[in-house]
Design a protein around this ligand. Structure first.
Ligand code: ZN
Length: 93
């Protein structure tokens, strides 16, 4: 995983390792958004291009439900999402 910060609980950001001074910090916005309605008028409700330039960049930032299965599983099994995402998706593990 390329992200260095993860959402935890309601309002906490968590780093899984020490961050060096002046090191760029990344955060996967897809872990913080999930709408029940996937599309309206043929367009996704929420997405944007990602320019993080990481080797494993997905190029698109979208809703949590649109993430690849292995990415969703990693975030859910390690509880690295806001509580509302955990509640909605843990039952699918
Ligand atoms: Zn990216």
């Amino acid at each position: 995983m390329q992200s260095k910060l993860f959402y935890k609980g309601k309002n906490e950001l968590l780093a899984l390792r020490d961050i060096k001074k002046d090191e760029e910090i990344t955060f996967d916005y897809s872990t913080t958004m999930d709408e029940n309605e996937k599309q309206r008028n043929g367009k996704k409700l929420w997405f944007c291009e990602c320019n993080c330039m990481a080797e494993n960049c997905r190029k698109i930032i979208s809703q949590f439900r649109d993430l690849p299965l292995e990415v969703k599983d990693y975030y859910l099994k390690n509880k690295l999402t806001p509580d509302f995402i955990l509640r909605n998706f843990q039952k699918t593990l």
